[in-house]
Design a protein around this ligand. Structure first.
Ligand code: FAD
Length: 515
């Protein structure tokens, strides 16, 4: 491809900004990355919002973006550091008090999602960027303003290396040809973009907070360093809340408690009212009641300490459109579509944004000649196409992520949910010509557009519903009506009641329970 050098400014050096910088640098542009915080690779820099770095589920869309980043070492690195998780491990307690674990594979074809340390991946991307001569970093630089008509931006330089304290927060002005805003859910680029483009914007804080816990590795004498299966994403479903655990390479698990704010308040009050933290027993009691077995993996004292030390953070879901202004700026990743984490797609979707954005830019780039004015107008067309294509998909995965919270904390226990999954998987293997797949497989193991996944899954649901009504529901209805007319009594009413409740359950399962 012919190189047309431009100055690309990337705001935010999280995983998505770093990936965008890699794609831009691969195309020969001069890339400048501006990041609010210090360099993640410096041990004194704490990752945003996290006490430690969090573990994420990396899946096909994120991997696909990496494959297209022209960095074979990145894929080798990922293969070396990730832990495959082939399914969920549901933890619970039987009525007789026995603890049980039940494995539910994600995919009948044996495909896995990968547990990866978000911070390590981010550092690796920064290392790769550092080796590229056309990339410069500006850490401790906060975007404070932007004029997307004049292609100028202003950053507060927060580096403390300047000798004069009055200079510590000096502002610098930066020119650019093209800005990529990857500065997360509370994006400053998005905020400034709104002054230039007629952006629709919608945000929702869901009534759920999250807090991180750690399961330590086994003692060195144990057979395995992992105290529970390393190849599963562990879930303790709790109907209104849940606790999950994701494996790390050192044998530990990063766990997260997701629960409504009112539950957090109760636990915080219980802990505070005692004054003596060692006696704030309601936290272990709460875990024993709702997440059986956890207190044997994290001691009650550690549970209390971690609950009190680690931040209790909100979850935001953001939708907006369009994602660009003219030829000068675009937002990607959480800046464009922060989502709740229940489909494990936030970072994957952000990395996919980058692949799709550059696919479209490359397509339009091939149509231009060396005239830079034409280049800008082609980029404007490319960005308009990107917004048009990506908005529907980002909104679709945003909605799926919200719906999946219900699946993770409640539906995984429902027989009908399992029945639909098993039937769809059976069809995908034994009647491949139908092209059936579960929604989860399409989202996590494929690269189809998210909006297509939703359409196909709804279509499959309708076919299932019709078959069920025809194959099971109608005979049940006929039987109920027969009993009703024959006996006109309790038996008929009971048969009709069974039919009514059964069909209600089928409809809810097949169409996915709405929040
Ligand atoms: P961020 O990671 O937020 O990075 C934005 C960067 O911009 C930051 O470094 C920030 O310092 C910088 N910045 C902010 N403001 C400015 C400014 N004014 N100037 C300069 N720089 C600025 N995703 C998955 O794919 N799989 C999962 O399993 C998964 N699990 C998750 C679990 C939890 C509990 C949470 C909260 C999220 C999870 N996610 C998951 C989502 C994932 O973490 C995010 O989607 C991803 O980190 C977004 O990356 P980003 O680069 O777009 O934004």
């Amino acid at each position: 491809m012919e190189e047309k050098k431009q100055k690309v400014v990337v705001v935010g050096a999280g995983p998505v900004g770093s990936m965008a910088a890699l794609y831009a640098a691969n195309r020969g542009h001069d890339v400048e990355i501006y990041e609010l915080r210090g360099d993640l690779r410096d041990p004194s820099t704490t990752p945003l919002n996290f006490t430690r770095s969090i573990n994420l589920a990396l899946s096909e869309r994120g991997l696909n973006a990496m494959r297209h980043a022209n960095q074979p070492r990145l894929i080798d690195y990922v293969k070396g550091v990730t832990i495959p998780m082939r399914g969920r491990m549901i933890h619970g307690k039987r009525p007789d008090g026995q603890l049980y674990e039940e494995a539910q594979d994600y995919d009948i074809h044996g495909r896995s999602i990968l547990a990866i340390d978000r911070g390590d991946l981010n550092k690796r991307l920064l290392d790769m960027l550092e080796e590229m001569p056309n990339v410069s970093f500006f850490f401790n630089h906060k975007l404070t303003g932007a004029d997307f008509k004049r292609n100028k931006a202003w950053f507060e330089d927060r580096n403390e290396s300047t000798s004069n304290p009055r200079d510590r927060a000096r502002e610098i002005e930066v020119d650019f040809d093209f800005m990529i805003g990857a500065d997360g859910a509370h994006s400053a680029v998005r905020y400034h973009l709104m002054k230039f483009s007629r952006m629709d914007y919608q945000q929702e804080y869901i009534d759920t907070l999250w807090c991180e816990f750690q399961i330590a590795p086994s003692s060195s004498s144990a057979k395995s360093k992992f105290r529970i299966s390393p190849n599963h994403l562990h879930i303790w479903p709790g109907k209104e809340f849940m606790f999950i655990a994701i494996p790390s390479n050192d044998g530990s698990f990063t766990c997260t408690l997701f629960a409504p704010a009112a539950i957090y308040e109760q636990l915080e009050e219980a802990a505070a009212s005692t004054g003596d933290t060692s006696s704030s027993s309601s936290i272990p009691d709460f875990f024993d009641k709702h997440f059986p077995g956890v207190t044997s993996l994290i001691s009650p004292a550690d549970l209390i300490a971690q609950f009190q030390t680690n931040p209790h953070l909100p979850l935001i879901s953001i939708k907006c459109k369009p994602y660009h202004f003219s030829s000068s700026a675009v937002i990607v990743g959480d800046a464009a579509h922060a989502m709740v984490p229940f489909y494990g797609q936030g970072m994957n979707a952000g990395l996919e944004d980058v692949r799709i954005l550059f696919d479209i830019l490359d397509k339009h780039d091939r149509m231009t000649n060396d005239d830079s004015t034409l280049e800008a107008s082609q980029r404007e067309l490319a960005l308009a196409e990107y917004s048009a294509v990506r908005v529907a998909d980002a909104h679709a995965i945003n909605d799926l992520a919200l719906q999946n919270y219900i699946e993770m904390r409640a539906s995984v226990l429902s027989p009908l949910y399992r029945w639909r999954k098993a039937l769809e998987e059976w069809l995908s293997v034994y009647v491949p010509g139908l092209g059936w797949q579960t929604k989860y497989s399409r989202v996590s193991f494929g690269n189809e557009r998210y909006s297509e996944v939703v359409k196909k899954s709804e279509r499959q649901g309708q076919v299932l519903l019709r078959s069920l009504v025809g194959g099971v529901g109608l005979p049940m209805l006929a039987g109920g009506l027969f009993l009703w007319f024959r006996y006109k009594g309790a038996l008929g009413r009971a048969a009709y009641g069974v039919f009514y409740n059964f069909m209600g359950m089928v409809c809810r399962t097949i169409h996915g329970r709405r929040r």
